[in-house]
Design a protein around this ligand. Structure first.
Ligand code: NAD
Length: 391
C-alpha cells in the first residue's frame, strides 16, 4: 500500500516501514561515528521500540557490540492497518544487528506482567547467561497488576490548578490552558504506573533467577525542566512517580543487587511527551534556542552521550544527589534565560518567530517514519514486516 501520515491530535495512526528503517539506520550510523568508552556486553532494554529506549538499545549495541534483548509493546500490521512504528523500528534494528553480527532478540508483550518477565529470564538463561545492564525506559498510560487491578496514570498538577500557555498543534495557536489537580487516587495510580515498583520487580526477578551479573548496572529515565513546567511535570502527578523512581534507585543500590541510576534527560518530542499539556510549547521554544546556539540533541545524541560519557565513564558522572544529568545543556543559564524570555512574549501572532514549529512537526512525523531522507513515500510498499526474532 501507499502509506501516508494520518495524524489525529497527538497521535499518528499510520507508520511507514521504510521511513522507520531509514531513521533507525541513521541513528546507528551516528553511534558508529562517535568515540566509545568501554561498556556493557549484554543488555536488557525494557521499552525498546521508540524514543529513549530505542536510542539506548542502539547506543549499547553500536558503542560496545553489546547483545541486546528488547521488551516492546507493539502491534504488527493487520489487514490495511500498518504496524506501529515501534514494530517497524524493532524489525529494522534486528535486521541491521544481524547484518553486523550482533545478537538481538525482542519480546513483544506487557512488560508489567510476570509472563513477560519470565520469558525474558528464559531467553537470557538460554542465550546470554546473564545481563550486565538493564535499561528501564517504559512510558505507559496504564498498568495492570498481578491481582488484575488496572491503574491509569494522569498528567495533572498536585495541590492547585495551574494555568499557563499551551499550543494547539492542529491550528498552531497559543492559548491558556488550566490543568486541574489530580486526586489522591490519581496520584497513587500514576506512581503505580510510572514509579519504581515495576522496575524493582524486574531487578528482583532477574536477580532471583541468577541472570544478573554481580556488577550489573540499571538505569531509568526522568525529567526535571524549568519552573514553567514544574507544576505540570516535576511537581505534578508524573513528578511524584519520578520521585518514587529515584527513591527506588537508591533502595536498589543499597540492597546491592545492582547499581541503579536515574538519568535526567532532555525534553524531546516523543509519543509520550506530545501528550503532556504545556510541554510541547516549551519544547518548540527550546528547540529553537538550542538549535540557534548549536547544542540541540535528539534521543540518539542524548543516549550515546549518556552511555559513553556519563554512565560508562571511568567513574559515572552524577550531580550532588547522584543523578546523571543529560539535561545539562537544556538547563544551562544561557539557554533557559532565552527560553524564558520567548515564553513570556509568545502568542499566536509571533509563534512562528519564537518557536521551532517546523522542527517540532518534523520530529513528530519522524516518530512514525515520515520525513526520512531518501525514502519514496509515493511508493507502493508491503506494510507487513516481520521482526526476525518474533516471526
Ligand atoms: P516513548 O513513548 O517514545 O517510548 C516508550 C516505550 O515504552 C515504547 O517503546 C513503548 O512501546 C514502551 N512501552 C509502553 N508500555 C509498555 C508496556 N506495557 N510493556 C512494554 N513496553 C511498553 O517514550 P520516551 O519519551 O522515550 O520515554 C521513555 C522514558 O524517558 C520515560 O520514563 C519518560 O518519562 C522518560 N523521559 C522522557 C523525556 C521526553 O521528553 N520524551 C524526557 C526525560 C525523560
Amino acid at each position: 500500500m501507499i502509506i501516508k501520515p494520518k495524524i489525529r491530535g497527538f497521535i499518528c495512526t499510520t507508520a511507514h516501514p521504510e521511513g522507520c528503517k531509514a531513521l533507525v539506520k541513521s541513528e546507528i550510523e551516528y553511534v558508529k561515528a562517535q568515540k566509545h568508552s568501554s561498556g556493557p556486553k549484554k543488555v536488557l532494554v525494557i521499552g525498546a521500540s521508540m524514543g529513549y529506549g530505542l536510542a539506548s538499545r542502539i547506543s549499547a549495541a553500536y558503542s560496545y557490540g553489546a547483545a541486546t534483548l528488547g521488551v516492546i509493546f507493539d502491534k504488527p500490521a493487520s489487514g490495511s492497518r500498518t504496524a506501529t512504528s515501534g514494530w517497524y523500528n524493532t524489525a529494522a534494528f534486528e535486521q541491521f544487528a544481524a547484518q553486523d553480527g550482533l545478537y538481538a532478540k525482542t519480546i513483544n508483550g506487557d512488560a508489567y506482567s510476570k509472563e513477560i518477565k519470565d520469558k525474558a529470564i528464559e531467553i537470557i538463561k538460554n542465550d546470554l547467561g546473564k545481563v550486565d545492564c538493564v535499561v528501564y525506559s517504559l512510558a505507559a498510560p496504564r498498568r495492570t497488576t498481578a491481582d488484575g487491578t488496572m491503574y491509569t496514570s494522569v498528567l495533572k498538577t498536585v495541590g492547585e490548578a495551574y494555568t499557563n500557555k499551551t499550543i494547539d498543534l492542529k491550528n498552531n495557536t497559543v492559548s491558556d490552558i488550566t490543568v486541574e489537580p489530580a486526586t489522591e487516587d490519581e496520584i497513587n495510580a500514576t506512581v503505580k504506573v510510572m514509579g519504581g515498583e515495576d522496575w524493582k520487580d524486574w531487578i528482583d526477578a532477574l536477580s532471583a533467577a541468577g541472570v544478573l551479573e554481580d556488577n550489573a548496572v540499571t538505569v531509568a529515565y526522568s525529567y526535571i525542566g524549568p519552573d514553567i513546567t514544574h507544576p505540570m511535570y516535576a511537581d505534578g502527578s508524573i513528578g511524584k512517580a519520578k520521585d518514587h523512581l529515584f527513591a527506588t534507585a537508591k533502595e536498589m543500590t543499597a540492597q546491592g543487587k545492582v547499581k541503579a541510576y536515574i538519568s535526567v534527560n532532555k525534553a524531546l518530542v516523543t509519543q509520550s511527551s506530545a501528550a503532556i499539556p504545556i510541554v510541547p510549547l516549551y519544547i518548540s521554544i527550546l528547540y529553537k534556542v538550542m538549535k540557534e546556539k548549536g547544542c540541540h540533541e535528539g534521543c540518539i545524541e542524548q543516549m550515546c552521550r549518556l552511555f559513553n560519557e556519563k554512565l560508562y565513564a571511568d567513574v559515572p558522572v552524577t550531580d550532588d544527589e547522584g543523578r546523571i544529568r543529560m539535561d545539562d545543556l537544556e538547563m544551562g543559564e544561557e539557554i533557559q534565560s532565552e527560553v524564558h524570555r520567548l515564553w513570556t512574549e509568545i502568542s499566536t501572532e509571533n509563534l512562528a518567530d519564537h518557536a521551532d514549529l517546523d522542527g517540532y512537526a518534523e520530529d513528530f512525523r519522524k516518530l512514525f517514519g515520515f520525513g526520512a531522507d531518501g525514502v519514496d513515500y509515493d511508493a507502493d510498499i508491503d506494510q507487513n514486516v516481520m521482526i526476525p526474532s518474533i516471526g
